[in-house]
Structure formats: structure tokens, C-alpha cells
Design a protein around this ligand. Structure first.
Ligand code: AMP
Ligand code: MG
Length: 361
């Protein structure tokens, strides 16, 4: 049954067998110049007609998104890039062949048809073909490319379930397509193809290792390293994924992480704080302080990616003051997980070895 919450219509769709008439109903809002929240395989998006500046402005208004943070344009077939972008470096085609539909966003020089409102004044455009049957059908039904950032209030963690979108945007947008939980749980990888060597501007669902195996040569934006945190992807400079609670991220070897997470949790409790521990399956039973939630399995880090934002939101809903989070290996999807955790912590990162050596307790 469809449901209305604070004037926002919630249309439930079956991810595996999406009912066309329901998606058509949502597409009609897009065609009328409205915004629609919809599921993708990464996170929920808040979409509008990418070729209509007035519609696109409604996205920024609903999210409270700064106008200088450009949007990703979503398409339902690879050929659509020819209408939206000019000049395609050789790397474009193997990337599209390998990773589309999927969690990879490519940056190319834009064509005139893409309004400045979408690209925040840049002469490049971000393009992605999502791998979610509901998203693809929605774009097809609309008949135009759909500009869509994540469907959260600006600064909040990205939504990985319709309930998160409802929490942030009910009453602010006319309709939400509810396709259940997203799979990847983190946003797409953003790769800039406009230079000689492709550059990863944001780690995400497609890993550095996968990109390297196709491209041979690929750089990571040095701005992503904490010591020189001057990100080139315009949106990356904003405090994303920021929970209301303070986040302390603990890195190092797993044995030491366990000791230090427990020590910091106790220290913060002694200071009168309500503490949440973001543990993993492997360490869940090791802690005896604060509120403990497992974010996933260290041996299968895609489970951690998938649950990360929901766990951050859960701690916020419970009203904890401090989240103490375990770091994971920065391999594969771990690079993107750690990028989001570092940002959520505002780079408040504790090295477990150094902490134990310094004798601080
Ligand atoms: P979101 O969809 O909310 O995850 O945000 C889109 C991300 O893509 C932001 O981090 C933007 O900065 C990035 N992005 C979009 N367009 C461009 C562009 N033309 N050049 C570089 N980054 C972009
Ligand atoms: Mg976002």
C-alpha cells in the first residue's frame, strides 16, 4: 500500500520485479518538473530533469545543498553520454564496458545542453548509469537524463533505505520510491577522465584495484590524503556523513584496536558521555562498555560498506554523544569505507599503537 507522510507520497516498489505503473507514476512527477527520491544500488538519489534548470534548483532547495556542489547525471543507456559530453578519451569505453551499469561516475567535458546549475558552473559533467532496475526504469520512463545527488539533507549520512529519506526529506519533496535497502551502501566512485591520467576524486563502489586492472595507470587525488586535505571534487570539501555524535576512529592492528577502542569508550563514559562502539563481527564480543553495534564482517568488507551509514544513523537516533569506530584495511572497498569514516570523524583518528605506547588510558 502506498502511504503519505507529511504530504510526501511513499510508493513501494518490488526491487526484483518493479511494477511499471508505479514507476510511471513517479516518472510523471519528474516530467512535471518535480523532484523524486529513488533507490539506486549505491544509495538513494534525489532526482530531477537534468536538462531543466528550474527542476534542478529544487534538488538544492530540498537538501539545503550549497549551489557550488555539482550533481551526478544518471542515464539509462551508455550511448546517452554522446548527447551530454564531448571529447571522449580512450579510457572512456573500456571503463563503461566493464563497470556500467554500476557504481562508477565518470567526469568528462560537458556539452552545451547540460545546464550550469547541474555542474555548479564547471565545464565538466559527472555521468553514471546505475545498476538498479527501479532507477533504470525511472530514467527510461522520464525520457531524459536525471540529475541526482544522494537523497539526504546536506551534511547528513547518505540514505541507504527509504526510512532514511523519509527522516530527512518527508514534507520537503512530493514523492519517494521505496525499493528497500540499497546494496553497495556507499556512493559511487568518481573518476576524472579529463586529464592525461585518470584520477579518482572519490573512492566508492568500484575499487582502485579494479580500475587499475582496466586502466593500467590511475591516480588517487592527493587531496584525499588527510595531511593535504584540499579535495578537487567540489563536493568533497563539505563535511559529509557527519553524525550528530562526535566520531573517534581508531586505526592500527586489530588486537591493539580492540584494546584502544575499549579504553577510549571507558574514558568517555567516565567523562559522562553516552558512548556507541562501532564494532565488527570479529570484535563484537570483546567489548564491555557503551552501546555496541557490529557494522559487518572484516573478512567481507562489502558488508561493512553496506551497513555503515545505517549504523551511524542508528547511533544518532539513540542519542549517543561519541561513536568510537574501528578502522579497517584500506584495500578494495575498505578505501571507500575508511574515506567516509575519516570524514565522519573530522580526521579525529587515533593510532592504536601510538596510544598504547604513550601510556595514555
Ligand atoms: P553526491 O551525488 O551527493 O554523492 O555528490 C556528487 C559528487 O560528485 C560530489 O562529490 C561532487 O563533487 C562530484 N561531482 C559532480 N560533478 C562533478 C564534476 N563535474 N567534477 C568533479 N566532481 C564532480
Ligand atoms: Mg551526497
Amino acid at each position: 500500500m502506498d502511504n503519505i507522510i507529511k504530504d510526501t507520497k511513499i510508493i513501494k516498489v518490488d526491487r526484483c520485479n518493479p511494477q511499471k505503473e508505479k514507476i510511471r507514476e513517479a516518472a510523471r512527477y519528474l516530467i512535471q518538473g518535480e523532484v523524486v527520491a529513488f533507490p539506486t544500488e549505491t544509495v538513494y538519489g534525489l532526482g530531477a530533469n537534468a536538462l531543466d534548470p528550474k527542476a534542478v534548483k529544487k534538488i538544492f532547495a530540498a537538501k539545503g545543498r550549497p549551489a557550488d556542489n555539482p550533481l551526478i547525471v544518471h542515464i539509462s543507456e551508455p550511448e546517452a553520454i554522446k548527447y551530454l559530453a564531448g571529447r571522449f578519451p580512450d579510457s572512456t569505453w573500456p571503463l563503461i564496458k566493464q563497470f556500467w551499469p554500476g557504481p562508477l561516475t565518470i567526469i568528462l567535458p560537458k556539452k552545451e545542453i547540460v545546464p550550469m546549475e547541474v555542474t555548479a558552473g564547471l565545464d565538466t559533467v559527472a555521468l553514471r548509469m546505475p545498476a538498479h532496475p527501479v532507477a533504470l526504469e525511472l530514467i527510461r520512463e522520464a525520457g531524459f537524463p536525471v540529475a541526482a545527488p544522494s537523497a539526504n539533507l546536506s551534511g547528513r549520512p547518505s540514505p541507504t533505505a527509504a526510512e532514511h529519506v523519509i527522516r530527512d526529506l518527508a514534507g520537503k519533496i512530493p514523492v519517494i520510491l521505496d525499493g528497500g535497502q540499497t546494496e553497495v551502501g556507499l556512493e559511487s566512485t568518481v573518476i576524472d577522465l579529463t586529464g592525461r591520467v585518470p584520477v579518482i576524486l572519490r573512492p566508492g563502489g568500484v575499487t582502485y584495484e579494479e580500475l587499475k586492472s582496466i586502466l593500467g595507470e590511475v591516480d588517487i587525488d592527493p587531496g584525499l590524503l588527510p595531511e593535504k586535505y584540499v579535495p578537487r571534487a567540489p563536493g568533497m570539501k563539505y563535511t559529509h556523513y557527519s553524525p550528530r555524535a562526535a566520531v573517534i576512529l581508531v586505526g592500527g592492528s586489530i588486537e591493539k584496536i580492540r584494546q584502544v577502542v575499549q579504553a577510549i569508550a571507558k574514558r568517555e563514559i567516565a567523562r559522562g558521555k553516552r558512548v556507541g562502539i562501532m564494532a565488527t563481527e570479529q570484535t563484537l564480543h570483546c567489548y564491555s562498555a557503551g552501546e555496541i553495534i557490529s557494522v559487518g564482517d572484516r573478512d567481507n568488507p562489502s558488508t561493512i560498506a553496506s551497513n555503515l551509514f545505517a549504523v551511524i544513523r542508528e547511533f544518532d537516533d539513540r542519542g549517543v554523544d561519541v561513536i568510537v569506530a574501528e578502522g579497517i584495511d584500506e584495500k578494495g572497498i575498505g578505501l571507500a569505507v575508511m574515506n567516509r569514516l575519516k570524514k565522519a570523524s573530522g580526521f579525529n583518528i587515533v593510532d592504536a599503537d601510538a596510544y598504547l605506547e604513550s601510556g595514555e588510558r
